[in-house]
Write a protein that binds this ligand. Sequence first.
Ligand code: AMP
Length: 507
Amino acid sequence: MSTPSLKKPAFKELGLSQPLLSALAELGYETPTPIQEQSIPILLNGDDILAQAQTGTGKTAAFALPILSHLNIKSNKPQALVIAPTRELAIQVSEAFQSYARNIKGFHVTPIYGGQDYNIQLRALKRGAQVIVGTPGRVMDHLRRKTLDLSTLKTIVLDEADEMLKMGFIDDIEWILEQIPKEHQTALFSATLPLSIQKIAKRYLNKPQKVHIKPKEMTVNAIEQFYTLAANNQKLDVLTRLLEVEDIQAAIIFTRTKNSSAELSERLQARGHAAAALNGDMSQSLREKVITKLKKGSLDIIVATDVAARGIDVERVSHVINYDIPHDTESYIHRIGRTGRAGRKGKAILLITHREKRLLDDIEHAVHTSIKQLAPPSLQEMSEKRSKELAEKVINIIDKSKRLKPHYKMVEDIMQHSGCEAQDVAAALAYLIQQSNPLPENEIEVARTNGRHDRKPAPKRRSKSFGESRGRGNDRKKPGRKTAQPSNARKTRVKKKEPVKKRARRK
Ligand code: AMP
């Protein structure tokens, strides 16, 4: 498979201020994502924008960084308003502003959303904030009560506009848009652009620049592709289980930032894996050393960022695990192409949160394949894998029986003293060995991270445990895998999924 080029500009070429550039370096961001690369110059230029972007593409920084670049920090009156469909997103966006503005003294952002005590929000609004992030209902309430004054507003962002449309917020948004000063910049971000969003854009946006990152398409036949749903706080657990259960020769695990590649590799080392980080903070010679170790087998896992892993060609990489979903389909194709080298088979597993599922649809279209869901390994599966490995080790030792001579006496002594059979002694020894590495206590629940908005609470969904979901998946035979006794858990880990339908081209 040929590797697509990943030449990207640096953040400093986009015209962002120095405090922002240092914050991005501290956060470990290496390069702008495609949506950032295109949107930041437009917004810095003061133009309106109509951007088609999913969660996970880096869209928050695409609007937050230009807003922060333009703020008058001496005033604490609202200068930017971001409207988001759910309280979770509002909080997430506020936190993103806060972290990008870590080196801007006097910056304040206030989230206002339904479900939170008004007094907390009133106090925060009174104290003053340059950026307000709110859900539509609550923003309307504050405007009506005159506890939010938008007369100084310069920029308004409609984040996830299609979600707001689905939730019936469009009238509220139009009402809010009527309340703000005539002179302002508008940024509309939406995963899809249905007619009603286009109508809003036509009515309220002033000669908007359109941004849509067209997915690069490519077929990647030698690579089996899967995704596993995991909430952010479950990812490490899911990953360590996958590393235990999958037949991995060597793996490349991808993270979004330099910082998380370093952190994750340390955590894996602490769990006994021969792992190392590979990121843009490391010198070229250090990076080459790491890759040589992976080639020679003294390392089995590298935790890499996109930039550092560019062009790696190591035949023994059997797995690519996307710990963080890439920001665009081109990066996905590049990442998974690190396995399936030299005519071998490879396996790619993508960990995603519920919110990132739309990006998965884009990826499926780009690779012309339906990516199958893989349930996180169950306790039964882990236990079977451990038993199988122990059995292999035992058989191996029996084959080299010379080493066992001194131990026969010990077994005979135990049998004599206890009156037990040899089988009982062997089982007790196996129990002791397995006790030294106990299985985790609980099954992992399938992640559900749907947000709730400030009007109707999201319908309660019962989360499925793996035990419940098992049995629905289709059978799957893994090429080249020797299994004396087929495992139930293994048979049902892959879940059925609809084939990818041809979608209408987006405008
Ligand atoms: P978003 O699409 O805004 O929800 O962003 C998805 C994730 O990507 C967030 O965790 C961000 O912190 C992260 N992120 C955004 N831009 C970059 C970048 N240029 N490099 C690395 N990570 C990023």
